[in-house]
Design a protein around this ligand. Structure first.
Ligand SMILES: [Zn+2]
Length: 172
């Protein structure tokens, strides 16, 4: 479970759970940072593709990033004198946390202690560094498995959009 819709819906659910228990509404722009946080760790895919490095799941899937990204957001919005700076940083952090949580359900896990070696997964615990290979690498069996995960992800996204439509949250 490591594709865009899964993470989008994960961050959205975290926001809904927060709203339910805190009895507070998340502001319009804070929602943006929550959703952004849910997707941001996988922006390293772009670096993979553009530069041909295999950097996926390194720093952006670690505690270090979970601390640094919200801190940077806080500093940036302090400079811009935005009164919501604290909220933006917290919701960005919450989004990243949901991403790391969901990715920990994959078999190879995430390098949570990066730059220290080792991958964490809920299934296999801590394992030594094992590069997963690029998204589009692997034998036919591996690629077929990834394709199936992609289709599941599309189904999650489609179901979510229909749910929002059904609840009259969006209109076509
Ligand atoms: Zn990820």
């Amino acid at each position: 479970m490591s594709f865009a819709f899964g993470h989008l819906v994960g961050a959205w659910l975290a926001g809904k759970i927060y709203e339910y228990f805190s009895k507070n509404k998340i502001s319009h722009y804070a929602w943006f940072f929550l959703i952004l946080g849910g997707l941001l760790p996988d922006a390293d895919f772009l670096l993979d593709w553009i530069f041909g490095y295999d950097v996926h799941r390194t720093i952006t899937h670690s505690f270090l990033f979970l601390l640094l990204a919200p801190l940077l957001a806080y500093l940036l919005f302090s400079i811009l004198k935005n009164s919501e700076k604290k909220k933006f940083a917290i919701f960005l952090g919450l989004g990243i946390l949901t991403h790391l949580f969901l990715d920990s359900f994959s078999s190879y896990g995430i390098p949570i202690l990066w730059p220290k070696e080792g991958y964490f997964s809920f299934f296999s615990g801590f394992t030594p560094y094992l590069p997963e290979g690029g998204l589009l690498e692997g034998n036919a069996e591996v690629l077929l498995y990834k394709l199936k995960l992609t289709i599941v992800d599309m189904a999650i996204g489609t179901a979510w959009i229909f749910y929002l439509w059904f609840r009259k949250k969006i209109q076509f």
